[in-house]
Design a protein. Structure first.
Length: 134
């Protein structure tokens, strides 16, 4: 890995670079290797990372692309994505209520927990869920 960045190429391609590493080493790797690579000359360097763990690269991603079944499903700037997509989690004393709301991309139930991914309507989803769950 280090040999790949020593010559300072303009493009660094990493495929699941933190796979198999424990969480502490993952963060250290990302900050040290990728951070140092980008800081050296950020205007002429690009890091292309293929990963399922987008949250680990928070703060280093300027733009991302989601590829589904070999085709580009979405390309978006990181700041725009943070504004548009929100994850809402709730834990209940008993079973979660049935939820049918517009603007929900994904809804997952796990025991007493409910996880909602909202698409651009997170404020409305939060308002509605607050009413439903109170």
């Amino acid at each position: 890995m280090i040999a790949a960045i020593c010559p300072e190429p303009e493009l660094l391609v990493l495929d699941e670079p933190t796979s198999g590493l424990d969480p502490i080493v993952r963060r250290e790797f990302i900050q040290t290797v990728i951070g140092a690579y980008q800081e050296a000359d950020p205007t002429r360097r690009t890091v292309f990372v293929s990963t399922h763990l987008i949250s680990e690269f928070e703060g280093l991603i300027d733009e991302f692309t989601i590829i589904e079944n070999g085709r580009v499903a979405l390309t978006m700037g990181a700041d725009a994505a943070r504004e548009k997509f929100k994850k809402i989690r709730a834990r209940f004393a008993g079973d979660p209520p049935a939820v049918h709301l517009p603007g929900i991309l994904s809804l997952r139930r796990d025991g007493r927990e409910l996880e909602i991914i909202a698409n651009g309507e997170s404020d409305k989803v939060m308002e509605t869920t607050s009413v439903l769950f109170s």
